[in-house]
Every structure is written in structure tokens, then in C-alpha cells.
Write a protein that binds this ligand. Structure first.
Ligand SMILES: [Mg+2]
Length: 249
């Protein structure tokens, strides 16, 4: 898939990118076209990326992807990063109107190495941050971004547990770290996740992407090429066009 072939659209209840049915939790409202006039004093939005199934796959097998070598090994687990994921994270994190975080049900010791993998080499893990605090310890608060780990999820006692039994708990995110510093809430938060079930309590705040796994079909999709056009318009449209924002309730 190439940028020029990627389309973005919005119906009354669904956000989509290309033909892959990126089922977004969009509750009506049109997306402003990319050529919209520049908007002064852009409000900030909080963008949270899920890890497993969205940015990477973890496996106990080093050969889970055939001849492809793993990008990372944490303890005895191999991490395979999704094609285009590092470029996408770099793009979004550098957007001036975005506060960025990883949001995962992993424990911090498993999540942090992956988060650091996405950090550019020139970036340091210093204290020159935007939030003045951290999530799960200062080590998780690096150069203005956060890792929201398992503590920011709650166990889901209902339904099928094929997603691991965890679901998101955004209020705990909004009360910590960069989200708290930015005074973010349900009107300014966007999560990117492969599992809608985890976000069903906040369906307006998620865009669901196809799960990344070790199949050739999943490996053939470059997530940067797919979502970069989306992020070119979302900071404008999400804040200004989404009814949940305008309602500010
Ligand atoms: Mg996931």
C-alpha cells in the first residue's frame, strides 16, 4: 500500500482508512479535509499506542517470523516490531500538538524495553520533560512521553478473555504523568489499539487497527503508510469536529 493510494473517510459511525476497515469509535461528525485552513493555537491531544498486536508481537520462539530476526529480546521473549511502527511512532511523537504515550497491559519491565526501542538515538532519557512526573517510576517517563503499563488497566471479569483479560482504564491514565500535566480527558484522548474490547468503556476514544501477527498478510502491511495520512488530519478534526469534544462533557 502506498500513501497515494490511501484514503481516509468518515461516516456517521465509523472512521476508515483505505479499505482495511479501521473501525474507529467515531460518534458522528465529519473529518475536516487535509487542506483545511491552518488552525491557530491548536489544542493538544493525547495519543496512546497499544503495544502487543499493534506495534509489535512478542513470542517465545525466535523463529516465529521464519527467517526474520527479532528486533529485541527481553528475558526469554523475542519482540518483533511491526513494519513501519518505528517511523509511525516517530511521526506522532514529534507532532507539536500531541502528548504521546504507550498504553499496554504488559508490566513495566516488559514494556519499557520496547518503548526505548522506539526512542530515537539522539533522544536522551533526561528529565527535560513536559509533565514533571512519571508513571510507574521516573524510568518510564523519558523525554516527554510516558509508558502506561498494566497498572493503568483493570481486569475484565466479563466475557471472553482471549485478549488477556485486561481492559483499559482511562481515568487512571488521565490522573498520571503527561496526561495529567496536559489536563487530558475523554475529549482529548485518542488510543490506537488492535482490540476494541479493551476500549469498550470509551468507544469514542479508540481507532482499531488490524492485529499484527506473524502471518505474511500482516507482515505485508506497513503501518506507517497506512496511518500517517490519518494523523495528518486527526489533530485538527478530532479536536474540533468530534461531537464528544464539542460537548465537552
Ligand atoms: Mg493489543
Amino acid at each position: 500500500m502506498h500513501l497515494r493510494d490511501t484514503a481516509l473517510g468518515c461516516t456517521s459511525d465509523r472512521l476508515w482508512v483505505d479499505t482495511m476497515e479501521f473501525v474507529g469509535a467515531w460518534d458522528g461528525g465529519d473529518i475536516a479535509p487535509a487542506e483545511s485552513a491552518p488552525i491557530p493555537s491548536m489544542p493538544r491531544i493525547l495519543v496512546l499506542f497499544d503495544m502487543n498486536g499493534t506495534l509489535l508481537v512478542r513470542s517465545k520462539s525466535k523463529s516465529a517470523f521464519g527467517s526474520r530476526l527479532p528486533d529485541l529480546k527481553v528475558d526469554s521473549t523475542y519482540y518483533f516490531v511491526r513494519p513501519g511502527a518505528k517511523e509511525l511512532v516517530r511521526l506522532v511523537r514529534r507532532m507539536e500538538c500531541v502528548d504521546f504515550g504507550f498504553y499496554t497491559s504488559m508490566m513495566m519491565q516488559n514494556a519499557l524495553p520496547a518503548a526505548l526501542f522506539f526512542q530515537d538515538e539522539e533522544e536522551g532519557g533526561d528529565d527535560d520533560d513536559k509533565g514533571g512526573g512519571g508513571c510507574g517510576g521516573s524510568q518510564a517517563f523519558m523525554a516527554g512521553w510516558n509508558v502506561y503499563d498494566q497498572k493503568f488497566n483493570r481486569f475484565d471479569r466479563q466475557g471472553d478473555k482471549k485478549w488477556g483479560g485486561w481492559m483499559r482504564h482511562l481515568p487512571s491514565v488521565w490522573s498520571a504523568g503527561i496526561a495529567r500535566a496536559g489536563r487530558h480527558g475523554k475529549t482529548s484522548t485518542l488510543t490506537i489499539d488492535d482490540t476494541f474490547t479493551k476500549m469498550r468503556e470509551n468507544p469514542r476514544n479508540v481507532v482499531v487497527v488490524p492485529e499484527y501477527d506473524s502471518t505474511p498478510e500482516a507482515e505485508a502491511v506497513d503501518i506507517y503508510e497506512t496511518l500517517a495520512p490519518f494523523f495528518q488530519v486527526v489533530p485538527h478534526s478530532y479536536v474540533l469536529s468530534c461531537p464528544s469534544v464539542q460537548d465537552n462533557t
